[in-house]
Design a protein around this ligand. Sequence first.
Ligand SMILES: CC(C)(COP(=O)(O)OP(=O)(O)OC[C@H]1O[C@@H](n2cnc3c(N)ncnc32)[C@H](O)[C@@H]1OP(=O)(O)O)[C@@H](O)C(=O)NCCC(=O)NCCS
Length: 374
Amino acid sequence: MTTTTTWTVREVPVPTTLDAPDAWLLLGANRVRTAGTVDVWGSADLADSPRAELAELRDADAERTVRLVAVADDADDGDRGRAVASVLGEATVGLPVRDNRHSAFVLVNVLPEHRRRGIGTALLDAAAAVARADGRTLLMTHTSDRVEPPAGPGALEAPTGAGRVSLQNPAVVWLRRAGWRLAQVDRRSQLDLPVDPALLRRHADGAAAAAGADYRLHTWGTDVPEQWLEEYAGLLAQMSTDAPLGEVDWRPEVWDGERVRAQERMLHDAGYELLVTAAEHVPTGRLAAFTNFWMPSHTDEYVHQGDTLVVAAHRGHRLGMLVKTANLAALARQRPSVHRVGTWNAQENRWMLAINVALGFRPAGVSGTWQRPL
Ligand SMILES: CC(C)(COP(=O)(O)OP(=O)(O)OC[C@H]1O[C@@H](n2cnc3c(N)ncnc32)[C@H](O)[C@@H]1OP(=O)(O)O)[C@@H](O)C(=O)NCCC(=O)NCCS
C-alpha cells in the first residue's frame, strides 16, 4: 500500500498533566519511541512510560530536553486516539546545562511503516537547528543492533578497535551519508534472574575476602542519606571521567549535592526508583565504590544496571564485585519479580565486562555512539 500522508514538524509542548488537551503530542512521541525500541530490541524493556517522558521534559536542572514530532497533516486533535496515532516520527534533543555545553544529544525515531519518506531527515535537521540556536557545536547520537555483526564487509569497526556495528542498519547508512562518524561501541549485556545462589555467594565471599576488613557496605534507595550526599556526588563526577570514552568528546561532569537532590526529585516525578550499594573505606570514612540499579515503573520484570565505579586508589581489591553482588542480593530481596537486568559497557572496558561475564551477563547487542560537528 502506498500512502501519501503529508506531515509537519512541531515542537512538543510541556503539558501540565498527561490528561491535558495538548498532551497528545507527548503521548504520540512516546508511542513512536516505544515502537522504535520494540523494533530494535524485540521488547519494551528499554522503553519509558509517558509519565517518565513528561518528567524528562519538565526537568531542566542538569539537562534541558526539547521534543519534536512529525505530525500527519490530517491530525484530528478532537479525537485523542487518532491524534496520538497521527504522530509519525519524533526527535529528542538533550542539552546539558551544568557541563558539556558544547554538545547536544539527539535521537530520532520514525514509525517503521513511515520510513524512507524524509521524515527522519526533517526531524534531524530540526533537532540540529535547536542545538545550533542554543550554541552547541557537536551533535551526538546512538544506533542500536540486537546482534553484534561478525568482523567483515558487513560491519563497521569502532575507532577503539573494540566492537562493531552493522552496515545493514538503516540508521548507520543514514548517519554515514549525513557525515556522522562512529566514536565508540558499547556492548549491551543481559543477566537473567535469579542468579544461581551458590554462584552469587561464591563471588560475594571471594570479593569480601579480597577486600578485607577495611570496607563496609551501605545500601539505600532513591534518596541518598544526607551523610553520603557530597561523597556520592563526587563519585558520579568521577564516573564521567573514568569510564572509557573512545573518541566520544564527553567532558567532565560537574556534580554536587544539589544536583543529586534535583535528580532524585526528577526520578520520583518519573516513577523511577534507584537501588544503590556503596562501599565505605572505614579508616577514612569515605566512599570507595558504588553501583546502582534504575528500576522503571512501566515493568516490574526488568531493571537497568546503571553506573559502577571503584575510586582509583581503591582498585584491585575486588570492590566492583563486592558492591555488585551485594546490590544483586538486595534486588532479589526487594523486587523478587525482576527477571532481567540490562546494561551497557564500552566494548573496550574489559575490567567491567569481566565482572559482568563472571556474574552471568551475556552479550545482547551493541550500541554505537556517533558524532558530527555542527
Ligand atoms: C534512522 C531513521 C530515523 C531514518 O528515518 P527515515 O524517515 O526513514 O529517514 P529518511 O527517509 O529521511 O532517509 C534519508 C536517507 O537515509 C538513507 N536510508 C534510510 N533508511 C535506509 C535504509 N533502510 N536503507 C538504505 N538507506 C537508508 C537513504 O539515503 C535515505 O534517503 P532515500 O530514501 O532518498 O534513499 C529510521 O530508520 C528509524 O527510526 N530507525 C530507528 C531509530 C534509530 O536507529 N535512530 C538512531 C539515529 S538518531
